[in-house]
Design a protein around this ligand. Structure first.
Ligand SMILES: O=P(O)(O)OC[C@H]1O[C@H](O[C@H]2O[C@H](CO)[C@@H](O)[C@H](O)[C@H]2O)[C@H](O)[C@@H](O)[C@@H]1O
Length: 349
């Protein structure tokens, strides 16, 4: 199959514009997997492999046959909705949602990537029936300010900052339940330092911006002239030379800098399942919906577990461990509505 890079054609921007299941609470604070994570730095080889892997989505317009072949392997979660329901039958659905490109369309200015009221209603509806988490590369506070639903679980900074429903939420009874898992907390000072260094270094490249996502950083090049992309990446790499404990990965027209610890969105998914009391359970059906490379870590975890499904949001074929696909956020919204409707009709039966 043709591969696609971070600069794929679909990266065109649009014009800017559960309760946690009743009775379901985090069971330990935090589970052991979080406590030990910071100690497990990725070795240089693993970090290098991870970085190389991020270059695996090559840029090309897909041929029709290739697209059809891909769709056969990763059918639409809307067209295949009945199969999804059949697989989930009798199991507890737990919903995981990425933010950018999944709940909100990709726009030029990251600060304006707001979510529509309709999408918020769809997420609220899902959270009324299933434990629901937002898993994002964004800083947790920022993604919360976009989503604005206190009843959800939030995993910001690519899963390195996890918190349960806020104590004020009707779904969180005690402060103690406002769980926190921050496996990269020791990196806070260094991330701040690198944020300042990158902001100063990249200032000369028009359009480049650095976003501080608390435990990680994003260097955006969506608004940078293509001829300057290489120079920008070189600048970023030259700053990072001084910080061997940080690694560089790529997202959608963004360079992402994060601690070299063995913790990603896949670990966040596992942490949340464990915290919700579903560790080693055969009766859980996690659904993870995401559009970016970092979401692949979560798709892989689901594949390895042999439980639940990953849904990639993409209009074009991409190498993915997800089993289903959706084309864009509007289809994500439709899928969420369908899920709620089917749950409601079962409750009426
Ligand atoms: O895990 P996610 O929630 O998908 O976050 C990944 C990155 O998303 C944001 O950047 C992306 O969306 C922007 C707004 O549409 C767009 O301008 C940018 O080009 C995309 O890469 C966010 O700003 C980053 O910090 C996240 O790492």
């Amino acid at each position: 199959m043709t591969k696609h890079t971070a600069f794929a054609a679909e990266d065109a921007v649009v014009a800017a514009p559960a309760p946690a299941q009743p009775g379901r609470r985090f069971t330990s604070y935090p589970p052991s997997s979080c406590r030990t994570a910071a100690a497990q730095r990725m070795d240089a080889g693993a970090a290098g492999a991870a970085a190389r892997a991020t270059g695996s989505w090559l840029d090309a317009a897909p041929r029709r046959a290739e697209h059809d072949d891909w769709m056969e392997k990763h059918p639409s979660a809307l067209a295949g909705f009945e199969s999804v329901l059949a697989a989930a039958k009798g199991k507890q659905v737990v919903m995981f949602l990425d933010y950018d490109g999944t709940l909100s369309p990709i726009v030029k200015d990251p600060d304006t990537a707001v979510m529509t009221e309709e999408m918020r209603d769809a997420v609220r509806g899902v959270a009324e029936h299933f434990p629901t988490a937002i898993v994002s590369g964004r800083c947790r506070d920022k993604v919360f300010n976009f989503v604005k639903l206190a009843e959800l679980y939030y995993a910001g900074s690519h899963g390195m900052d996890i918190k349960g429903p806020t104590p004020e939420s009707k779904h969180a009874k005690a402060k103690a339940e406002a769980v926190l898992c921050q496996p990269a907390s020791e990196f806070l000072p260094v991330i701040d330092e690198v944020y300042r260094a990158l902001t100063a270094t990249t200032a000369a490249i028009p359009g480049a911006t650095v976003e501080n996502n608390k435990f990680c950083l994003s260097v955006h090049f969506r608004c940078v002239q293509e001829e300057k992309w290489r120079a920008l990446e070189e600048q970023v790499r030259s700053v990072l030379k001084e910080y061997p404990d940080l690694r560089l990965t790529r997202g959608r027209k963004v360079l992402e800098i994060r601690p070299s610890i063995k913790w990603d969105k896949g670990n966040a998914l596992q942490f949340l399942l464990e915290a919700l009391g579903f560790a080693d359970s055969n009766n859980v059906f996690p659904i993870y919906i995401g559009d970016d490379r970092t979401d692949e870590d979560a798709f892989k975890v689901l594949r390895n577990m042999g439980q639940g499904i990953g849904i990639l949001v993409s209009k074009i074929p991409k190498e993915t461990s997800a089993s289903y696909s959706l084309r864009e956020p509007s289809e994500v919204k439709e899928f969420l509505h369908k899920l709620v409707k089917s749950k409601q009709s079962k409750q009426r039966d």
